[in-house]
Design a protein. Sequence first.
Length: 215
Amino acid sequence: MSEAKRLAAEKAIEFVEDGMTVGVGTGSTVAYFIDALGRDPGRIKAAVSSSEQSTARLRAHGIEVMDLNHSGNLSLYVDGADEFDPKKCLIKGGGAALTREKIIAQASAKFVCIVDPSKQVPVLGKFPLPVEVIPMARSLVAREILSLTGGQPVWRDGVITDNGNVILDVHNLAITDPVAMETALNQIPGVVAVGLFARRPADVLIIGGDTVQVL
């Protein structure tokens, strides 16, 4: 799928305008997008990055990385996804960067999601749903999630987010109403962010492959 990811990332460059400050996500597909930006790093003003990993890659290409507090709202955010459904709702957080990704998506006028065809599902939940949690609340949140959803939360042992928190991956879900589930999980004390991007879904989906689709 690496070629499909590269093709999707290359297509996303068409949404980048000269002098723009671009929101940049995290993950293997986004790495191709960063490399494409790096071919002409002076074309954009700066990037706002969702992870330390992406920040390092952007800076290696000579692209300035700006804090969102200084950039203000953005015109464009480009990121990948672990799953997407027909309504462009997403599951994200496989790389444990969901909180910063969600913040930048909310701050952006247009969210372009770049994916390979394997990420398409009729109903979200085949990919375990990541939830970022304050460490002291891990067990509490796991019990609450089990009670609320019937899904099975599993601690992603050994993973600490860039924000110093932990991840619970919720297995065995069929998320027929992503907005309602996102809203409900957000109410659990100790939850920092939920890897459902449904209240703020993608505006544009670019699906790489032999024929690149723009939805």
